[in-house]
Write a protein that binds this ligand. Structure first.
Ligand SMILES: [Zn+2]
Length: 133
């Protein structure tokens, strides 16, 4: 009755978790202290999504993780905003919105000559502005 590998509720959960993490069948086998075949057989019976070959599946999760990190970094509004500054020095860099949200951007109106901001924002930036008259 009992399978040679002795799958318990606990171990099945672990198998699924490790599988979801993208570990290779042999890596999962090592963690659960069962053979690769036992893992593969169990995964098949549980209808877990198909694994790639062991070689690519050991490399894939790492690549996927790196890619994800890059994507997140690229989505940082401030970082994007800073890039924007270097592209368009002729545009007002008055920040609008909350830097913590994706709404964050710059005013982008044509600047007041010699200033980093448009006229309107120069007035705001330099409270003792002499340009106002
Ligand atoms: Zn502006």
């Amino acid at each position: 009755m009992t399978e040679e590998t002795g799958w318990t509720e606990e171990r099945l959960k672990m198998l699924k978790a490790l599988w979801d993490e993208g570990l290779s069948i042999s890596q999962i086998g090592q963690r659960l202290n069962v053979t690769r075949n036992a893992v593969a057989g169990k995964a098949h019976r549980l209808s877990l999504p198909k694994r790639q070959s062991p070689i690519s599946s050991t490399a894939a999760p790492v690549r996927a993780k790196v890619k994800k990190t890059e994507e997140i970094a690229d989505e940082l509004p401030l970082r994007l905003a800073l890039r924007k500054i270097s592209w368009s020095r002729s545009k007002c860099v008055w920040p609008t919105g909350d830097p913590k949200t994706t709404d964050f951007s710059f005013c982008s109106k044509p600047i007041d000559p010699g200033k980093p901001y448009c006229f309107e924002h120069c007035v705001l930036a330099y409270t003792n502005t002499r340009e106002s008259n």
